[in-house]
Design a protein around this ligand. Structure first.
Ligand code: NAD
Length: 438
């Protein structure tokens, strides 16, 4: 099967590489010539574990190539995937469909034979129908169908998620498109992963509903965490206690500094907007968005308390700024709220992150980037654990505390506990949702 993948971001590149690994012929297209140059030279422009090796393997096998020339990739392709960005539109929370529609126009002009145009980007209800209209209008002779195929991979575990998905969702309008999609995903089907075939709108809704549900689950435990702190309960015990209930499940129940990343913030905003557009406010989602902002502010206040009420003149070492470990993605990371608040309050901020620097330098002006936690902690007043990279999970707390002017730690990921911190020489330690502290 010949596939064109439009967009080589986190989703497009991973999908393209994995489809080629299934045995399909894949051409990945991006309008960013710099990205295509890097990819053609065998370099992956993002940090995603395992991606580089899998990409090189399939390039060598002759199944995977890269181009900026969309028309040549689309001509003769049986399926064309749109995997471009759908960021929040400035001002109104709506998903910005500019890139999707621009790609649809370009695809229209390049279609030769029967093609299924598949939207992999996360898009609001009705977008696949708009893509269909756009293509039909631009090229009335084109023989094509549209399909919605939302992606559920997680950055940092993207290849595994793509290869072993909980499910694949495919929205179609007829059996011809369904057959093409079935053929593309057949290698998974043989391994018995469920492929759910629906209409276009249900597929579009499944993606938003899934992300809004997960954002709600995280926000729920974060809110419970705030109450735990005030009432003497331990949110880690509470998470375990409720997560063992099969109806609740134990995933996405880790209290922390609020959700961030490239999907949850923009997709919850878009769902809220879709609700408003249909005069049917998504009240739970709207509340989740608001509470998540409050959670981040609560973290700032927690850090202020650890600095005796003022950041002014303090030196603070922040460990981890990407929105989660194993990615270089900084989009809507909680660090983008928390770090500027520290700097705005007069603190000197040092930052350590295994992969975040390239993206983070422009986003976090005024911080000093350090190579490792121990250098960052030298003469610092406070260490903040913000992203739970493995590199920060087994710190030598004694060595860390010895470097500091006042050994204080705020652990926003609940990696350590008060007892361990005290044993390590910290005179102040607090975490999230746990009353116990040093
Ligand atoms: P991204 O911003 O990392 O990548 C998008 C790429 O598309 C960019 O490289 C851009 O240059 C390219 N592009 C834009 N318009 C183009 C055009 N007309 N022709 C060729 N290339 C073009 O985005 P992403 O994180 O990969 O997300 C893509 C979509 O997938 C979004 O809708 C997102 O919501 C969804 N999604 C993302 C994730 C995730 O974890 N990142 C997970 C599931 C779904």
């Amino acid at each position: 099967m010949r596939i064109a993948m439009i967009g080589t971001g986190y989703v497009g590149l991973v999908s393209g590489v994995c489809f080629s690994d299934f045995g399909h012929d894949v051409i990945c297209v991006d309008q960013n010539a710099d990205k295509i140059d890097q990819l053609s030279a065998g370099k992956v422009p993002i940090y995603e574990p395992g991606l580089q090796d899998l990409m090189l393997k399939n390039v060598e096998a002759g199944r995977l190539s890269f181009t900026t020339d969309l028309a040549s990739a689309v001509a003769g392709a049986e399926a064309v995937f749109i995997a471009v960005g759908t960021p929040t539109r400035r001002g109104d929370g709506h998903a910005d469909l500019t890139y999707v529609m621009a790609a649809a126009e370009e695809i229209a002009a390049a279609i030769t034979d029967y093609t299924v145009v598949v939207t992999k980007s996360t898009v609001p209800l009705g977008t696949n129908r708009s893509v269909k209209q756009t293509i039909a209008k631009a090229n009335p002779a084109a023989e094509f169908d549209v399909a919605s195929n939302p992606e559920f991979l997680r950055e940092g575990a993207a290849i595994d998620d793509f290869m072993k998905p909980d499910r694949v969702v495919v929205g179609v309008q007829n059996s011809r498109a369904a057959e093409v999609m079935g053929e593309i995903y057949r290698p998974l089907y043989l391994r018995d992963f469920p492929i759910l075939t629906t209409d276009l709108e249900s597929a579009e809704m499944i993606k938003y509903a899934a992300n809004a549900f997960l954002a709600t689950k995280i926000t729920f435990i974060n809110e419970i965490a705030g109450l735990c702190e005030r009432s003497g309960a331990d949110v880690k015990e509470v998470s375990r206690g409720i997560g063992l209930d099969g109806r609740i499940g134990n995933k996405f129940l880790h209290a922390g500094p609020g959700y961030g990343g490239s999907c949850f913030p923009k997709d919850t905003a878009a769902l809220a907007r879709i609700g408003q557009d249909h005069a049917y406010p998504m009240q739970i989602t709207e509340t989740v968005i608001r509470v998540n902002e409050e959670v981040k502010q609560r973290m700032v206040e927690k850090l202020r308390d650890a600095c005796d009420g003022s950041f002014n003149g303090k030196t603070i070492a922040v460990l981890g700024v990407t929105f989660k470990p194993n990615t270089d993605d900084m989009r809507d990371a909680p660090s983008l709220t928390i770090v500027p608040a520290l700097i705005g309050g007069g603190a000197k901020v040092r930052v350590v992150d295994p992969q975040g620097r390239a993206e983070g330098e422009a986003l976090l002006p005024g911080v000093k980037w350090m190579e490792d936690p121990y250098h960052a902690a030298r003469n610092a007043d406070l260490v903040v654990l913000l992203t739970e990279w493995n590199e920060f999970r087994a710190l030598d707390l004694k060595a860390l505390a010895r470097k500091m002017t006042s050994p204080r730690m705020v652990d926003l990921r609940n990696i350590y506990n008060a007892k361990t911190a005290k044993r390590g020489g910290f005179e102040y330690y607090t975490a999230v949702g746990r009353a116990e502290r040093v």
